[in-house]
Design a protein around this ligand. Sequence first.
Ligand SMILES: Cc1cc2nc3c(=O)[nH]c(=O)nc-3n(C[C@H](O)[C@H](O)[C@H](O)COP(=O)(O)O)c2cc1C
Length: 191
Amino acid sequence: MKLVAFMGSPRKNGNTSKITHEVIKGAESVGIETEIYNLNQLNIKGCQGCMYCRTHDLCVLKDDMEKIYASIKEADVLVIASPIYMWQVTGQVKIFLDRLFAILSTNGDNYEHYGSKVGNKQVIMIYTQGQPAEQVFQNYIEYNQNMLHLFKWDIISNIVSGGNSSPSDILKDTKNMKLAFDLGVSLINKK
Ligand SMILES: Cc1cc2nc3c(=O)[nH]c(=O)nc-3n(C[C@H](O)[C@H](O)[C@H](O)COP(=O)(O)O)c2cc1C
């Protein structure tokens, strides 16, 4: 079993990184193989809208998404983690999400016919935010979940941690840090 995480904050050791690592630690504690990509450090161009991927398996762009597509293909679990920036995911995560279009199969116009070119995945979304009230961006979080449902992927959790400003504030959010670790551990039962 393999978990691949995508960490979308430019702060390498900030809140988003710390809670993502809790999922990873939990997963590793039960023997799950893990891999993490720090999106901010990678060379990932925005989608060019060329539609090459509608007639080919993958994307025409030659950048770090090539190895990411390969990792996603062999993964069972994907973790996508972002701070909330201006009510949304960071630009780094948005570019990554746009590039997932290359692995979305769109046979026919009907959304029901959409799916994944790379098989089923279990997905954990993690959001950290300054706003202490964790339900404030709920509509947006559901919106992203619906988008990922296009792939027919199984969204197993949306973790939202509020009240984070300094890079270590999340250490005080023991509830969500434990939730993240326990979620990692529980993946072993979802084989
Ligand atoms: C450019 C920018 C925009 C932000 N926008 C929001 C926002 O719209 N809502 C919010 O609750 N927090 C917002 N924040 C706060 C971050 O979401 C929060 O501090 C987060 O935990 C940072 O994660 P990190 O430590 O992993 O970088 C923003 C922070 C920055 C730098």
